[in-house]
Design a protein around this ligand. Structure first.
Ligand SMILES: Nc1ncnc2c1ncn2[C@@H]1O[C@H](COP(=O)(O)OP(=O)(O)O)[C@@H](O)[C@H]1O
Ligand SMILES: [Mg+2]
Length: 399
């Protein structure tokens, strides 16, 4: 046993699982669940499809797996069109949120199922190696009902991976687990992906899970992809207000571009003037949203304490939320917009009580600029920014 080669996914030289969705559409009656989706999943990536409930994630996966027929568009796997291929002919396996294990079969037979159906040699050896990989040695004869949620989840993974799929589809596979177990399984998934290779497409509505696991994240909203990139790219420079508020939190100030100064765009918002480097701008004219992440905003007592080159708004501390690793302040600014500020709990800065006058400041390089006006789409987690009041005499931060 010990001398056997370890389990692996697609072998060297085998196609690696590059997935391409072209103009993919799924309609149910008048509901367009997936709306002319174009998406490229690089071979061998751990890819996350992230979006709120109802945005079309499961519908997309079901079409890739062959469990639902697209209304339009094509699915290519390693450049082969698999749009009309029967599900069992596709080198694709799916792990569902509810595991969908066979209750009347024991662990061994659940994992062996696909191998037996395809009349593979050495079923016992392959199943044992796979069970060892998901740390379930010794559980071969248990029924699913005798296992914990985490163990059932690992059986479901083993059952899919034993077929060495070029693409493993994971539909909210950790959704039913409690938080601690979910964190542990996330690490397990990362380890598994590194060991077996192939492409993992992981669907989740949990932004933290997507960012922890994936090397590439596609943010999906209302049947379309809003942005695709590495977790850091999405977080540091979101493309839309939806991404800015669904992936982490953002302060979004509604304003208007009024000019340019060298490499900076000049923005007027709430009667104040701000600047944003043009390299950090998705829009360079008209109505815009000036975004800044809550952890990039600092609080001081007076405008004199604002560091040179920073921009600021003054206000009063409203709600204070204790989050353990940080404290969240809601600052009601004189300009009429509320800012969210995260202060790291480094044990140095004293907690600021509600009602304290403060000055919130940030460096322009931490700001980003998005299309504003009618293109703003609410992520469901943040209220749309209020319409800016008419310009008043300017009182910009120290330039
Ligand atoms: N079989 C179905 N019949 C009718 N509408 C459906 C069906 N499946 C999904 N929908 C609708 O399609 C949209 C996308 O659903 P789904 O793909 O399950 O989203 P997600 O997995 O992101 O939560 C939702 O509005 C949902 O109500
Ligand atoms: Mg779903």
């Amino acid at each position: 046993m010990a001398t056997e080669e370890p389990f692996h996914g697609p072998g060297p030289g085998e196609p690696a699982g590059a997935l391409r969705l072209v103009d993919l559409t799924m309609r149910y009656g008048d509901v367009t669940a997936v709306d002319r989706l174009d998406l490229t999943v690089p071979a061998g990536s751990f890819f996350a499809l992230l979006g709120p409930s109802g945005c079309g994630k499961t519908s997309t996966l079901r079409m890739v797996a062959g469990l639902a027929e697209p209304t339009g568009g094509r699915i290519l796997l390693d450049d082969e069109d698999i749009t009309r291929l029967r599900p069992y002919r596709r080198p694709v396996n799916t792990v569902f949120q509810n595991y969908a294990l066979f209750p009347h079969l024991d662990v061994f037979e659940n994992v062996a199922f696909g191998l037996r159906r395809r009349r593979q040699p050495d079923v016992a050896g392959q199943v044992r190696r796979m069970l060892s990989l998901v740390a379930l040695d010794g559980y071969e004869r248990q029924r699913p009902s005798q296992l914990s949620g985490g163990q059932q989840q690992r059986v479901a993974l083993a059952r899919a991976l034993v077929n060495r799929p070029r693409v493993l589809l994971l539909d909210e596979p950790l959704g039913a687990l409690d938080l601690a177990l979910r964190r542990r399984m996330q690490l397990e998934l990362k380890r598994l992906r590194a060991e077996v290779g192939g492409t993992f497409v992981h669907v989740t509505h949990d932004q933290e899970e997507a960012m922890t696991l994936a090397d590439t994240v596609a943010v999906m909203n209302a049947g379309r992809i809003e942005q695709l990139g590495t977790p850091a790219e999405l977080y540091e420079f979101p493309a839309t207000a939806f991404v800015a508020t669904f992936l982490g939190r953002s302060n979004l100030l509604a304003g208007r571009v009024y000019g340019r100064d060298g490499d900076d765009l000049l923005v007027q918002a709430y009667g104040r003037r701000f600047s944003v480097p043009s390299a950090r701008a998705r829009a360079d004219s008209g109505e815009v949203l000036l975004g800044v992440r809550p952890e990039k905003v600092r609080l001081v007592d007076t405008p004199e304490q604002v560091p040179a080159g920073h921009q600021w708004l003054d206000g009063t501390v409203g709600e204070v939320g204790y989050l353990g690793v940080s404290t969240e302040y809601s600052v009601r600014t004189g300009a009429g917009v509320e800012l969210s500020v995260f202060a790291a709990a480094d044990g140095e800065a004293p907690r600021i009580p509600p009602g304290t006058p403060v000055v919130a400041h940030w460096h322009p390089r931490h700001a980003f600029l998005l299309h504003g006006g009618s293109t703003f789409r609410d992520a469901g987690t943040a209220a749309p920014p209020p319409v800016p009041p008419p310009p008043v005499p300017l009182s910009a931060g120290p330039e």
